[in-house]
Design a protein around this ligand. Sequence first.
Ligand code: NAD
Length: 352
Amino acid sequence: DNSNKTILVTGCAGFIGSNFVPYFLDKYNDYNIVNLDLLTYAGNLGNLKEAQNNPRYKFIKGDICNRELVEFIFNEYDIRGVIHFAAESHVDNSIKNPGIFIETNVNGTFTLLDVAYKYWMDAPFKYKERFTTDASASAKPRFHHISTDEVYGTLNETDLFTEETPYAPNSPYSASKASSDMIVRSYQETYGLNTVITNCSNNYGPKQHDEKLIPTIIRKALAGENIPIYGDGKNIRDWLYVLDHCKGIDLVYHSGKEANVYNIGGKNERTNLQIVNSITSILDEKVPPKEKIDKESYKELITFVEDRAGHDRRYAIDATKLENELGWKADENFDTGIVKTVNWYLGKYNDN
Ligand code: NAD
């Protein structure tokens, strides 16, 4: 359907993108989505089963750093907006192998921005002619960059991250995301590209890669293996159900103010130890440990391991701006969200 707007959404075979795509296609019937994803170890098309037969969804395997490919996509599909998820996302990997984080997160974001700018605003495409004479495309095309609260560094026990908190990234991952945020900002300030950035706290929910904390806890518990917890287990993260993040992105993409940054977080701080205790309690009820691993409780598997280098102590988000300006709130509370999440991984790991 030619009246539909086509947007480029990168990295949808990963955790958050694969939750976002079905949500977005369900909610709106006047968008087409082109998903550009390299299918690195973190990408899994199996996460997108709900979308794969939808005529408004198209998958293209490729690298966001590949300028020719990105230009081809803009031209071929007349891209009218970008929501940019693709990234290397695992802090531990960034400590072992930082180069790919700079390549994908910094250079990849730059490539997308530069092509968007050239296509939408620069000669020979002439943004003004293209988008002010065509009523159906009157909205200025927007580039929405998905980022993290980790750019702000670590917090003391009482403060919260606001949009004004100075950047102080501590890991190669957060430094690469902070750099990409700055490049986005520069395309807004220098070239007038319509950009928004969202910085979100830790997400949890279905479809997250096995390597991350919550899937690791469930996987190791069911296998009767030690559940590794860094340091003293008292590092604090602010956990948000992935669909609440997707709803925040939807609001900011459509109604956020140009050139603005919005923090997204559900005021749900938990230490890693609280997370592992919640999950093992749920597992103890659902999958009797005596039968599965011959222990009284999965908690017996919790093992403290040497702390992650540069491990930030606490992250916590103040989402007042998003709540007040755009009416966002988290719908899922942690106690129900974590049960849904555990159920989803039980399905996954029991099928394997
Ligand atoms: P993920 O690692 O699960 O998925 C990343 C996806 O990007 C994968 O499908 C991968 O194949 C793809 N990708 C990687 N390099 C690529 C490249 N060069 N070209 C094209 N595709 C490439 O990550 P996620 O957890 O879904 O995170 C998505 C975004 O949200 C990231 O930008 C991340 O920084 C941000 N974020 C994540 C969280 C979280 O808790 N997971 C929180 C805040 C922000």
